[in-house]
Design a binder for this molecule. Sequence first.
Ligand code: KG4
Ligand code: ZN
Length: 352
Amino acid sequence: MQVLGIETTCDETAAAVVRLRPGGGGDILADEVMSQIAAHAAYGGVVPEIAARAHVEIVDRLAARALSKAGLKAGDLDGIAAAAGPGLIGGVMVGLMTGKGLALATGKPFVAVNHLEAHALTARLAGALAFPYLLLLASGGHTQILAVKGVGDYERLGATMDDAIGEAFDKTAKLLGLAYPGGPAIERAALQGDASRFDLPRPLLGRPNADFSLSGLKTATRLAAEAAAPLSERDVADLSASFQAAIVDVIEDRMRVALQLFRERVGSAQALVIAGGVAANQAIRSTLARFAAQTGLKLIAPPQNLCTDNGAMIAWAGIERLRLGLADDLSAPARPRWPLDAKAAPALNGKA
Ligand code: KG4
Ligand code: ZN
């Protein structure tokens, strides 16, 4: 089975072809990503209108290039998958219509993929991994802890009540005068910094649910920065290190609670998986690796190009669904909000 995946929900336009490997997992035959970071950098964040236009200009060529790099024609595919949300609606519509158009032209099955489900299943593309597993999904738009019980079967154990973790990195970087995206910039600055210099809060530490709240930490960092202004390079490094250390402590604490909830509600976990752009952070990875070892779990962190937004994860989610006979018809809507766990309360920050 080989499927084309199209991703346009945020600021990456991506198209990839993935083939199901008989023993489990998939082979990525082509993986094309065009980042719009440069187009948004001057604004310190993603501008929806700019994003939608940039997707429209490139998505068809990117899909054609992915097919040609895979050595395939559209008619050789077994299906076409496109992210149908959640995300910025203009961009989502661009990718979704492209996917539907290809499906209509070729007569191949179509899958309208939930972008969050694609992140959640990526660890199974990278290698054989059985359900259920505990997942931390942390990107610029999303922060959730999920019990992944099967395809289409997710239980939200925790979510952010305000900022996503990546968003907190991005906003803090901006106030420190660092480049966008802020995560890598803060991580780099933190390497030279003293994490003990600023005593920043660890919001919700010790609470019995696995939710996050990061706005208080962001504000405390801003106040510390204002008190220390004008900021020297050393101040920026120390603030970055102190901020990152607080985030790392919060993540470890929330994962500890989430694992307990998982064991009570679901049973024993096959692994602890991290996904989303924030999973690239080495301080977060090493803390979670230690936490996983302490709790007898294997930590699975997909390679960085599969953690950030990409087309291969959409193609893989398409494969997972098509294998179960879960194709969609061409009336599938674009969904700016699309929670993975429909039973959970609406996201407290108004995002999916
Ligand atoms: O998954 P992603 O590429 O896009 C979505 O937001 O869906 O994630 C991008 C986010 C940005 O907020 C970026 O600052 C954050 O991931 N990020 C990081 C790191 N690399 C990327 N955050 C912390 N440390 C990093 N090394
Ligand atoms: Zn994403």
